[in-house]
Design a protein around this ligand. Structure first.
Ligand SMILES: Cc1cc2nc3c(=O)[nH]c(=O)nc-3n(C[C@H](O)[C@H](O)[C@H](O)COP(=O)(O)OP(=O)(O)OC[C@H]3O[C@@H](n4cnc5c(N)ncnc54)[C@H](O)[C@@H]3O)c2cc1C
Length: 393
């Protein structure tokens, strides 16, 4: 008989898990408190990469995510491309940062990850608006990295999930999980219940509060608190006359194309001011700083307007690494909570479906059992600063 499974949360992770569970034969209901893709998945830089992801098991999982995206896009019948295999260009400025980048590049190359020094003349020709950094500074290209359009990726996953038989219910908040030996029962905000075999929590930054209803304490970063670990500013510009296709990671600003000539800006060293309760106006100090930094890197940016600043709130287990697996001894409640979800979604969808439906734990998930976070508070974990340098997403 088909396993009856509820996936809670329809961000990129829940959509991908639901799609894969249905493809592999489960009867799946996807329950979303608001609308599809309206959580963290709507406010992401969406750079598909494994650049500086440690430890090795996390690097391998992110590489699997990059490969899964490429394959999914290639095999897709959809008209749209959510994945642009445009690569990343990165450089540093301060000598200590140049040395740090060099070390990271060497370590990536040793793992078989593509990193190529960039020829400045060719770059100046292909991106004439770029103000090149000092001659002494090496520029690196990571050609296998991509940029993703979250709205299009969500659209693809949503239609695929539905075509494969997933029942999608929006505006249905799960208010309580009740686990029994024989099954699991979910209380929904409209007063009704869902009953079945397994519930998968894919509610991102809301994971700790949802799992608390089944008596599980999961150490997650509180993304409602201001600060750079849980939050990050993203600035959306008007169309710019700048011929940028790649992802640019520079010492003072990250810049990516955002469709139709628009740019998406991120300035990580001001993120300590990011507070989801106080979203800055575009003409305030945060916006002015973003535009000043853009002007230091790009010619022709004088007429560009900042149209919107958003404060992205991360879904981040307290040690920075994914939490994927059962959270109870009866194995009826499963969690998938992770940062870097844009990169990881297609690989995690496959791996989670395999784990649940075959009962055999895929090797790529071996290090990511949620056990290490259960019964613990986020304050017991040290902030992982290595996850916070310009290339850490
Ligand atoms: C500023 C920023 C930059 C980022 N940059 C990158 C990057 O460059 N590369 C990368 O790979 N990743 C990046 N990420 C991370 C990535 O965006 C996230 O990991 C991913 O979007 C998380 O998806 P999710 O499905 O887990 O969560 P969400 O998208 O938040 O989805 C969870 C869903 O659960 C629903 N929900 C919550 N509670 C309930 C409930 N009780 N019942 C039912 N539904 C519920 C919510 O409404 C929401 O729709 C970035 C994140 C941020 C904030």
């Amino acid at each position: 008989m088909k396993q009856k499974i509820a996936v809670i949360g329809a961000g990129v992770i829940g959509l991908s898990v639901a799609r894969n569970l249905a493809l592999q034969g489960a009867s799946v209901t996807l329950l979303e408190a608001a609308t599809v893709g309206s959580g963290t998945s709507a406010t992401s830089y969406a750079w598909v990469n494994s650049n500086g992801k440690s430890p090795d098991a996390y690097h391998a999982l992110n590489v699997a995510g990059m490969n899964a995206h490429r394959l999914l896009q290639q095999q897709s019948q959809s008209q749209i491309r959510w994945l642009d295999e445009c690569g990343t260009l990165e450089w540093a400025a301060e000598p200590s940062e140049v040395a740090r980048l060099q070390k990271r590049v060497e370590s990536l190359i040793a793992k078989g990850y593509a990193a190529i020094p960039v020829e400045r003349k060719a770059l100046a020709q292909s991106l004439p608006e770029l103000i090149l950094p000092a001659e002494s500074v090496p520029i690196w290209s990571f050609p296998d990295e991509s940029l993703l359009c979250p709205a299009l990726f969500v659209a693809f996953l949503r239609s695929e999930a539905i075509q494969n038989g997933v029942t999608l219910l929006e505006h249905q908040r799960v208010t309580e999980i009740d686990e029994q030996a024989s099954g699991v029962r979910l209380q929904l905000s409209n007063g009704s219940c869902w009953e079945g075999d397994i519930a998968v929590s894919a509610v991102g930054r809301w994971s700790a509060s949802l799992l608390a209803t089944v008596g599980v304490e999961l150490a997650m970063v509180d993304a409602d608190q201001p600060g750079h670990i849980g939050c990050s500013f993203l600035g959306h510009t008007s169309p710019a006359q700048i011929q940028l296709r790649a992802n640019l990671i520079t010492p003072d600003i990250n810049i990516r194309p955002d469709g139709g000539g628009r740019l998406l800006l991120q300035v990580l060293d001001i993120d300590h001011q990011a507070d989801p309760k106080h979203v800055p106006a575009v003409d305030g100090p945060v916006g002015r700083e973003m535009m000043a930094r853009l002007a230091q890197v790009m010619r022709n940016s004088a007429g560009v307007q900042l149209e919107q600043i958003v404060v992205g709130q991360r879904s981040r287990p307290a040690d920075g690494l994914p939490a994927v697996g059962y959270v109870t001894d009866r194995k009826r409640v499963y969690v998938v909570a992770t940062h870097s979800g844009m990169t990881l979604a297609p690989a995690l969808g496959n791996l989670v479906a395999e784990d649940i439906l075959t009962g055999s734990r895929p090797a790529l998930l071996a290090e990511f059992s949620p056990e290490r976070l259960i019964g613990r508070k986020a304050s017991e974990f040290q902030e992982i600063e290595t996850h916070h340098f310009p290339a850490a997403q």
